[in-house]
Design a binder for this molecule. Structure first.
Ligand code: AMP
Length: 540
């Protein structure tokens, strides 16, 4: 027997309609290239989305076509987030920090028809331009409406183009299963792979982001997505904020610690999300220039291991509770999440802080398990580590343009490539990325665990651990450390002694394998670039 409920499709036009009608006067603030703040509302933004849909149609964009963006977080980018999928086309958000060859590769692979680029990013795009398809149409997003002379062949200026746009043709019928967005993984190994989100998965993910035990974005929030809109849809925050009516603050290209701390204070941000390296920068800035960040109720760390030391410093020095989230491009991305006090403890209870050093339970809607090399399921004992596998309605079922891929086996569980334990209560702790684990005499050493412990040393600002080949141990850990005070770096022997309090001897780096450095290289999305560190070690 069938249920008798309405078959309302889960499509993004419903989120836009809600933002327009229910939250028409809620504010969207974005930082312009010159640093000034631009203020608009969801209502005004929705009216511009209508014009943009007309402009895209007049340019020949049809359902299924790919429209690329190459832009920081700003209100024009947000307009594209709605106009492109609501036309039935696919929004392809290109990572602006990729190398020119990677940009050219993914624009070609995606088959983009139009590319909308921030004026300030035109030079980065020009480096890839000779390898971009000849028929690609460029639109330049410029605060001063002078995008047409930014140096790209045949480019349109976004504002002039919108001003002349015909009204959009009648609403395009949307199917919830059709593609809405396309995002390529950062591709630390091999070619980047595209993940094609559907309207349905994007809407369900936005619903999920509103649940208190997921990101918990709410109407009362002022949301600052520091995570770029070119990285997994800024973790779904633009759509989730519009759905729940949260105020949005978009930081543009101004991503330094001081700029972000200032924005949090000035706009009374309650909810901010970014990778741990960003929150470490903001923490250092706040130590130098104290500011009032007491408005923050959720500071989300995600996308890379969250060191316990940082959770503790934010809690104790600034009273800000850290939320730890785990996810991937393939999981839209929010997959697991732990908040301050989610288990009933006080946020400053050391046990609660320890709990927030791991992602915790999968968010409602997602299921997780761990498997061994033979693919057999492993026990949830909090000890046994295996490859983390997930499934759920916002998890990809394959890569764009790949008929099959080993990460998507027939059992229906996506193989994440992350190694994790799961405790009897279902809480996930990530041990490492499979390829970052260190194998010493046949036993595994977690690089993440060593980094977290190193960060608890008072002289350490940043830490990274990678393997080097070793004739006796197969692989040995090498610890890179950025000292807190370059003039008085901690002696390597001290650091090893500090680690020896928490690790057996065979897991420790040797004193000669502690490298004091000025900086640790980061990937295009701000994570520690272990591939580059390994290459530097290999090349001496
Ligand atoms: P991306 O698809 O670029 O967002 O990268 C996803 C990868 O980032 C995951 O497979 C993990 O290796 C890593 N990652 C994301 N969140 C966390 C986390 N909370 N703890 C540890 N690693 C994480």
């Amino acid at each position: 027997m069938h249920g008798r409920m309405m078959e309302q499709p889960l499509t993004l036009d419903a989120i836009l309609r809600r933002a327009r009608t229910v939250f028409g006067d809620r504010e969207v603030v974005s930082r312009r290239a010159d640093g000034a703040l631009h203020r608009t509302t969801y209502g005004q933004l929705a009216a511009r989305v209508d014009r943009l849909m007309g402009a895209l149609q007049a340019l020949g964009v049809r359902p299924g076509d790919r429209v690329a963006t190459f832009a920081w977080n700003g209100h024009r980018h947000l307009e594209l987030y709605f106009a492109v999928p609501c036309l039935g086309a696919v929004l392809h958000t290109v990572n602006v920090r990729l190398a020119p060859e990677q940009i050219a590769y993914i624009v070609q692979h995606a088959g983009d028809a139009v590319l909308c680029v921030d004026r300030a990013l035109v030079p980065a795009l020009l480096a890839a331009a000779p390898r971009l398809p000849a028929g690609l149409r460029y639109v330049v997003l410029d605060d001063d409406g002078r995008g047409a002379d930014a140096g790209l062949p045949g480019a349109l200026d976004y504002e002039a183009w919108l001003a002349q746009a015909p009204p959009p043709a009648a609403a395009v019928p949307l199917d919830e299963h059709q593609a809405a967005g396309l995002c390529y993984t950062s591709g630390t190994t091999g070619e980047p792979k595209g993940v094609l989100y559907s309207h349905r998965s994007t809407v369900l993910h936005a619903f999920g982001c509103g649940m208190v035990d997921s990101l918990g974005v709410a109407q009362r929030d002022t949301v600052l997505p520091v995570v770029p809109m070119f990285h997994v849809n800024a973790w779904g925050l633009p759509y989730a904020a519009a759905l729940v009516g949260a105020r949005l603050v978009l930081p543009g290209a101004h991503l330094g610690g001081d700029a972000l701390a200032g924005l949090i204070e000035a706009e009374r941000v309650t909810f901010a999300a970014g990778v741990p390296t960003v929150w470490n920068l903001v923490l250092q800035s706040l130590r130098r220039h104290p500011r009032d960040v007491s408005s923050l109720r959720r500071l989300v760390f995600g996308g890379a291991p969250t060191p316990r030391a940082l959770v503790e410093q934010w809690q104790h020095e600034f009273g800000v509770p850290v939320t730890h989230a785990w996810g991937m491009t393939e999981t839209s991305p929010v997959g697991a999440c732990t908040h301050a006090g989610s288990t009933g403890l006080a946020p400053d209870d050391p046990a609660d802080i320890t709990l927030r050093g791991r992602p915790g339970r999968p968010v409602p809607g997602l299921e997780a398990r761990i498997v061994g090399d033979d693919g057999r399921e492993l026990p949830w004992d909090g000890q046994t580590a295996g490859e983390l596998c997930v499934r759920g309605p916002w998890v990809a079922s394959g890569y764009f343009g790949h008929a099959t891929h080993e990460a998507f086996p027939a059992d229906g569980w996506f193989r994440t490539g992350d190694v994790a334990t799961i405790d009897p209560g279902g809480a996930i702790a990530i041990t490492d990325r499979k390829k970052d684990l260190i194998k010493s005499r046949g036993e595994w050493i977690s690089s993440t665990a060593l980094e977290n412990a190193a960060l608890l040393h008072p002289g350490v600002l940043e830490a990274a651990v990678v393997a080097r080949p070793d004739p006796l141990r197969d692989e040995a850990p090498v610890l890179f450390v950025v000292p807190r005070d370059a003039a008085a770096p901690p002696p390597p022997a001290d650091l090893v002694a500090h680690l020896a309090a928490s690790f057996p001897r065979w897991q420790l780096p040797r004193r000669e394998d502690v490298r004091l450095v000025d900086a640790i290289p980061k990937t295009s999305v701000g994570k520690i670039d272990k591939k580059l560190l390994r290459r530097r070690l290999r090349d001496g």
